[in-house]
Design a protein around this ligand. Sequence first.
Ligand SMILES: NC(=O)c1ccc[n+]([C@@H]2O[C@H](COP(=O)([O-])OP(=O)(O)OC[C@H]3O[C@@H](n4cnc5c(N)ncnc54)[C@H](O)[C@@H]3O)[C@@H](O)[C@H]2O)c1
Length: 349
Amino acid sequence: MINLSRPASLRVPLGHCLRSTKGHGIAVSTRLRAKDIKEVPVATYAKDKKTAQRTVLSVDGSKSDPSPISTKDIQRTATPFDKAVVPSLTPTLKAFLLEGKVAVVTGGARGLGWNMSQALAEAGAKAIALLDVKQELGDRSAAELHRTTGIPVQSYRVDVRDAKAISEVVGRVNQDLGSVDIVINSAGVVDSNIKAENYDDTMFRHLIDINLTGSFLVSQACARHMIAQKTGGSIIFLASIAGSRVLHPQQQCAYNASKAAVTQLAKSLAAEWAQHEIRVNTIAPGYMDTALNREALLEGQKKHWASMTPMGRLGRPDELNGLAVFLASDASRFVTGANILADGGYAVY
Ligand SMILES: NC(=O)c1ccc[n+]([C@@H]2O[C@H](COP(=O)([O-])OP(=O)(O)OC[C@H]3O[C@@H](n4cnc5c(N)ncnc54)[C@H](O)[C@@H]3O)[C@@H](O)[C@H]2O)c1
């Protein structure tokens, strides 16, 4: 059990927020009038969710409220790819097509992985494999993607930490759907609001094992086939803005470290596998409105995250789709080792 004995002392940048202290003392910025100050509740929770600590951020209330936070992922229905349009496309637009390509998407049962899978299908992918620990959801998502787009979509229940199982599943994907051309590593977990001094070592290793080692194992298994078959490919990792800056006010040292490591891992693989025509890149999303962040106790923090983002809101689950298609396709054929932000401007501050 994690013991959070004191409310977090939160400090946020001037111009967005003022200073919050115990007892709600407010250090008034010279740029804000008192009537513009608004208090936003922030909950800090431990893993068992029973030891939440609450505090208050004083934010600039003169700005319009961030978009309301939905209670579940915004769902959209994929549209089937129509081959008939291809001849009329310009060479530039044709380069974005994924015709004939087979994709593996980990964490594809829901969230960002699910949305990017829909996008791959809409861009003409030949077949998609969804790899996830969630059997029922994975099966449902695969059935839905097949129903809406008509392409073969197969769900494989597998834990990305299990090297042997991953190797077997990737072998089966090659047999079932064809040689893999695209890999999106979207399986991931987060532990927020756990103080470093209280971080349980088993939990720390668990997170690193999924976010870092799991992404490596899937990429390695797929790259082995790409190298043996001399087909090349595109591998995409889901890193995060947390990979290059410490997110706050939540304490999440393991997550931040895992995403920094994923970013550097991708660059290393890009260097090693360029000779095999395998490109490796990372997408670094800002805060996205998915189930990963959907905890009742995080709602107050989400308002703070939105206020820290120039666009004033969290990203929608489908707002990485275009970037994923770009990186998966020939449109990015000279792009490798890149870490591309999609964060509503969060990183500009
Ligand atoms: N949502 C955000 O704000 C955000 C921001 C930056 C980066 N990311 C990253 O994007 C990726 C996807 O996040 P999301 O918001 O879609 O999360 P999500 O929780 O909605 O989806 C993650 C999926 O990964 C699967 N998964 C978890 N552990 C697994 C394991 N061991 N083996 C196989 N599958 C496993 C889950 O079952 C789930 O379906 C993660 O790597 C996350 O760190 C998310």
